[in-house]
Design a protein around this ligand. Structure first.
Ligand code: SPD
Length: 347
């Protein structure tokens, strides 16, 4: 009996001491990690991960600037990595603490130098492209066969208001710029005027600009067609045979999301451990299997099933990628894109 009580006491003390372990604050896009990996990391490091999510780079930025609680790691897209670096919010990385860095794909690291000159502040997490997700119950095959962004403006949708686009200025204006034959990074008056004309036509059919609820709404028929990130669409499609997705023939926005430690992080050592953990090939592979976005981890990519590597929605072929444009940091010129987006939203 005495031993039993002693054992229970020790067990209770052990549990209490576990709860007192370090806490890592992570702020990531929603539906963007295999939750089992978080539990595994917690167990391995005797810590607690407080995990919060966001649905746009802009919301992430506003929150980290205004929140009293400092996050340790955030996952900005490339243009927002540059913004964090310029604002002095990103921690310069000590690569000696990232033993798994060698697994990253050198070609993608080169692309990342576009927004982080010496790969000094960010580690690529996933990359992807944006297209259109639809529900076959409501969209005729002929519409899908057009394989074009212009389907958003199709007369078929007149008055029905069954289309959503992402609540993301770069994605929405970018899709219109591509459709008009410009780069998503072109802020010249001609390019923006052409994009505005297209957006005015599309706007008649758009119910809302939203990056979160559309995922379920296309499935339940509230929305018939939605601008969607490729991995988010695949996650929904794996649960519902009625859903489909295509990459418009004109090309698309291309982006890369990245792990960044904030300068204000209170637990940098643990933040390094987490990033290093996520770069382990077997962990990165499991994460890619789960979220269905293309991985920038070359060793993890090697381990993927052929069905994943050959899936053109996850890994579009070179010919298609040549028509895509990486969303770049535009400095103050981004205001022109934001203003056009606000005009369309307010209209
Ligand atoms: N649910 C994960 C969504 C990831 C989106 N990546 C950012 C794209 C920025 N245009």
């Amino acid at each position: 009996m005495k031993y039993r009580i002693l054992f229970l006491l020790i067990a209770a003390l052990f549990i209490m001491s576990c709860h007192k372990g370090p806490v890592l604050y992570i702020f990531n896009w929603s539906d963007y990690i295999d939750p089992e990996l978080i539990s595994e990391f917690e167990k391995q490091h005797g810590c607690k991960v407080k995990y919060s999510t966001y649905d746009s780079n802009e919301n992430m930025l506003t929150k980290i600037k205004s929140s009293r609680q400092s996050f340790d790691i955030v996952f900005p897209s490339g243009d927002h990595v540059s913004i964090l670096i310029e604002a002095g919010l990103a921690e310069k990385l000590d690569m000696n603490k990232l033993s798994n860095y060698a697994h990253m794909d050198p070609l993608l690291l080169e692309k990342a130098r576009d927004f982080d000159t010496n790969n000094a502040y960010s580690i690529p997490y996933f990359w992807g492209v944006t297209g259109l997700m639809y529900n076959r119950k409501y969209i005729a095959p002929e519409m899908v066969e057009q394989n074009s962004w212009t389907v958003i403006g199709d007369k078929f949708f007149d008055g029905r208001r069954k289309i959503t686009m992402l609540d993301d200025a770069r994605e929405v204006v970018g899709a219109a710029l591509i459709t008009a034959g410009y780069s998503v990074n072109d802020t010249s008056p001609e390019a923006l005027e052409a994009a505005k004309k297209i957006l005015d036509v599309w706007d008649v059919n758009i119910t809302q600009f939203d990056s979160e609820s559309y995922k379920n709404e296309v499935a339940d028929g509230t929305t018939w067609l939605a601008q969607a990130y490729n991995g988010d669409a695949l996650q929904q499609m794996s649960e519902n045979q009625d859903l489909g997705f295509f990459l418009p023939k004109e090309g698309s926005n291309l982006w890369m999301d990245n792990m960044v430690i904030l300068k204000s992080s209170q637990n940098k050592d643990l933040a390094y451990e987490f990033i290093n953990f996520m770069m382990k090939p077997e962990v990165a592979k499991r994460n890619a299997d789960y979220v269905q976005y293309p991985t920038p981890n070359a060793s993890a990519y090697q381990q993927l099933d052929a069905s994943e590597k050959d899936n053109k929605i996850i890994y579009p072929d070179e010919e298609y990628l040549e028509k895509c444009h990486m969303i770049r940091f535009l400095g103050n010129d981004v205001v022109k894109i934001n203003d056009l987006f606000e005009y369309i939203k307010m209209n």
